[in-house]
Design a protein around this ligand. Structure first.
Ligand code: NAG
Ligand code: NAG
Length: 235
């Protein structure tokens, strides 16, 4: 298991490095966005995680918490499965905002005033219990359903604080970045059963759960609709 998790983290780190290299071309310069935003919320796996896996007991102390991770840009391991910055870092910088707090590193409304990053390295789209029922063994107990639950927690904190009074205000002043998710489901499936069949059989479920997370089936729904129409009327 230890070996498997190392191999996985290494593989995910490689993908993150490739993504970070591609991100170097991203123009983080002129702010052309029509609105001012106060915070960023982000979802995903190791390609977007800026510190949660380093805190989660199941993954804390992984290879990304040691050199050479973080050497070049941060000059210390930053909790990212990358030496440098991730796409989310470039987005946050280009918005001129402070880094959103990794969800597991925060507790109070003040902690999440500038948003929250819910992404966890190794997270799956599908719930571990569901994957287990399909014969897929996972080792990171976080899926999209955890990440959307965490978003709700942060909304409730912010809505009951002095920072924001309503979900509509929170959504209207937030950028939501939905990072890559689902690759770990396939990787775990391939490790659990070395045929492509099992991994392929998960595709419809992964698409469905990702789609449903994107439309957040909670009390945020009205706020998101409001935000969508304000975007449309401003285009
Ligand atoms: C994710 O959600 C599941 C199901 O509710 C729960 O058992 C698990 O503890 C959660 N993971 C974390 C890290 O909170
Ligand atoms: C792998 O998956 C295939 C297709 O679902 C199944 O027939 C086979 O029994 C599985 N093998 C193992 C070792 O789980």
């Amino acid at each position: 298991m230890e070996q498997l998790s190392r191999a996985l983290v290494a593989l995910l780190a490689l993908v993150a490095a490739a993504e970070a290299a591609a991100a170097a071309d991203f123009d983080g310069g002129d702010d052309v966005l029509p609105f001012h935003y106060d915070r960023v919320f982000s979802f995903g796996d190791s390609l977007t995680d800026t510190g949660n896996a380093a805190i989660l007991p199941a993954t804390a102390g992984g290879p990304f918490s040691r050199a050479p991770y973080g050497e070049t840009y941060f000059h210390h391991p930053s909790g990212r499965a990358s030496d440098g910055r991730l796409i989310i870092d470039f987005i946050v910088e280009s918005l001129g905002l402070p880094q959103p707090t990794p969800y597991l590193a925060g507790e109070t409304a003040e902690d999440f005033r500038h948003g929250a990053n819910f992404a966890v390295g190794g997270a799956t789209a599908l719930d571990p219990a569901f994957l287990k029922s399909k014969g897929v063994t996972t080792f990171v107990p976080v899926s999209l359903s955890n990440e959307t639950t965490w978003l709700n927690n942060v909304f409730h904190l912010l809505a009951s604080s002095a920072y924001e009074q309503s979900n509509t205000n929170i959504m209207a002043s937030s950028v939501v970045y939905f990072g890559e998710i689902g690759v770990n489901d396939y990787i775990f499936a391939l490790f659990s059963n070395r045929t492509a069949e099992l991994a392929v059989s998960l595709v419809p479920d992964i698409v469905a759960v990702t789609r449903s997370a994107l439309t957040v089936k909670t009390d945020l729904h009205d706020s998101i609709n409001t935000l969508t129409s304000s975007f449309t009327s401003n285009q």
